[in-house]
Design a protein around this ligand. Structure first.
Ligand code: NAP
Length: 483
């Protein structure tokens, strides 16, 4: 059987200033496989001293990286992209081992992650400025775009590769350098992609991956004068803390935070399409995505039929170790995630909801939880206002468009929303009233490299992917010339 030790990309040291290094203290963070509970390796437990070193190295590397032509940077990024695809299966294996998602999904994430590198390699050549018609015949106004400088990134465990390339690729394409702190649950994907960046010829210091104590590393990232931007993907509570910390240096910020996506199925929806969409939006990555359907609103006329068919489909999902090719739902990331799902189900049932399938830990043990459907859910229940981050689908009945739009918007979050209806006027009327950064209309597969991903309200700000994602890494400079 394949093991991580057979894989060249399996790195257990951090990558700072072009070197693979250990923590000064020699301490290590143990990483376990959520499907088996077994230790799979460890990474250096670093803190502020190493973070300072990484920021300094990244700052030293900045001048020559930003002085390169966009084409020269694109050539390096293109090799990085190709190497990522060439090694896709190895990275997917690492991902399934540390994160738990099924291998097919892991492979999908590697390709998705690679697509950002390819797209930004190209788009980096199209960072245009402007010449503005002058208001004075003796003056000329020229607008240029410059790289921001050193960028710090903090990323989550749920998409351990794509959340990195979605930030690092535009940063590097724009001429910035980057220091990345991946989640402690999933550092190996981050180190693997750094290894490939090294092989692709990314110069020392341009990309760094530092592992260990998030608070200590995060304080350096948020308060260091040389760091010009913090880009964070993670939970809203941690986003709030980082935003406060960044105020000391008035740092540019991008926050990709939590979500509470409503999925609204109107009475005129294509039911089979809606069921497939809901299954994908709810059970992909075992329900652990920021754009997962958190609340499924179904019109009362089709509620019973939808609930019955959807539950049948959910019951057929195969749960297990993601290394098994048949598996569709892997384990949750840790015990805390399981306890959260249990508590939300208990709260909902105590207030009148009923379980129609699942509802408890899976007999496989470890991180496994049964795919669950709850009916008769209403807004008095915590499950409607909190991010579930697990394979639990709450079904809520609604009667009118006005009522469901109000309920959908009644949340602090505003990342993704989905609607299913065959009525084109309704599609636009509803989509325009939803207070969300992204709306899927008859589709829940909405993310790719060419579109802007991001939220409003307490789901954060900033966009990733697309030309908007590149703009996040440049600053606009105005040059005024007197003739
Ligand atoms: P998290 O607990 O906020 O952690 C995210 C990252 O922040 C990890 O690297 C974590 O490191 C680090 N961190 C934790 N406390 C910190 C602190 N005080 N200072 C600096 N860094 C700190 O979130 P998560 O549980 O990993 O990820 C799930 C969350 O991410 C969900 O809310 C999900 O919706 C959100 N998410 C959003 C998007 C989006 O695009 N909007 C995409 C994916 C996920 P440690 O591992 O050491 O704790």
């Amino acid at each position: 059987m394949q093991t991580l030790n057979d894989i060249n990309l399996f790195q257990q040291s951090a990558f700072i200033n072009g070197e693979w290094v250990e923590a000064q203290s020699k301490a290590r963070v143990i990483v376990t496989n959520p499907a088996t509970g077994e230790e799979i390796g460890s990474v250096p437990d670093m803190g502020s001293a190493e973070a300072l070193k990484a920021v300094d190295g990244s700052h030293d590397a900045l001048q020559s990286w930003k002085a390169m032509t966009a084409q020269a940077r694109a050539d390096i990024l293109t090799s990085w992209y190709k190497l990522t695809l060439d090694n896709a299966e190895e990275i997917a294996f690492i991902m399934t081992m540390e994160q738990g998602k099924p291998l097919a999904e892991a492979l999908g994430e590697v390709k998705y992650a690679a697509s950002f590198i390819q797209w930004f390699a190209e788009e980096g050549k199209r960072i245009y400025g402007d010449v503005i018609p002058s208001t004075n015949k003796d003056q000329r106004f020229i607008i240029t775009k410059e790289p921001l400088g050193v960028v710090a990134a903090i990323t989550p465990w749920n998409f351990p590769l794509a959340m990195i390339t979605r930030k690092a690729a535009p940063a590097l394409a724009a001429g910035c350098t980057i220091v990345i702190k991946p989640a402690n649950e999933t550092p190996f994907c981050a180190l693997a992609i750094a290894k490939l960046a090294e092989q692709a010829g990314v110069p020392a210091g341009v990309i760094n991956v530092i592992t260990g104590n998030s608070e200590a590393i995060g304080s350096v990232f948020t308060t260091h004068e040389k760091v010009k931007k913090l880009t964070f993907t993670g939970s809203t509570p941690i986003g709030r803390i980082l935003m406060q910390q960044c105020s000391s240096t008035v740092k540019k910020l991008a926050l990709e935070l939590g979500g509470n996506a409503p999925l609204i199925i109107f009475e005129d929806a294509d039911l089979d399409k809606a069921i497939q969409g809901a299954l994908f939006a709810k059970f992909r990555n075992a329900g652990q995505t920021c754009v997962c359907a958190n609340r499924i609103y179904v019109h009362k006329k089709i509620y019973s039929e939808f609930a019955a068919k959807f539950t049948e489909a959910v019951k057929s999902l195969k749960v297990g170790n993601g290394l098994d090719n048949q598996v569709q739902v892997g384990p949750l990331i840790n015990e805390k995630a399981i306890i959260k799902a249990e508590k939300l189900i208990e709260d909902a049932c105590s207030k009148g909801a009923s379980l129609v399938c699942g509802g408890k830990r899976h007999e496989l043990g470890n991180g496994f939880f049964e795919p669950t459907v709850l009916i008769d859910v209403d807004k008095s229940m915590d499950i409607v206002s909190e991010e579930i981050f697990g394979p639990v689908a709450p079904l809520i009945r609604f009667e009118s468009d006005k009522e469901v739009i109000e309920q959908a918007n009644d949340t602090i979050y505003g990342l993704a929303a989905y609607i299913y209806t065959e009525n084109i006027s309704r599609i636009f009327e509803v989509a325009e009233q939803l207070e969300y950064g992204m709306v899927g209309m008859n589709s829940t597969a909405i993310s790719n490299e060419v579109v802007p991903f991001g939220g409003v309200k307490q789901s954060g700000f900033g966009r990733e992917g697309s030309k908007y994602g590149l703009e996040e890494f440049v600053t606009t400079k105005y040059l005024c010339l007197e003739l």
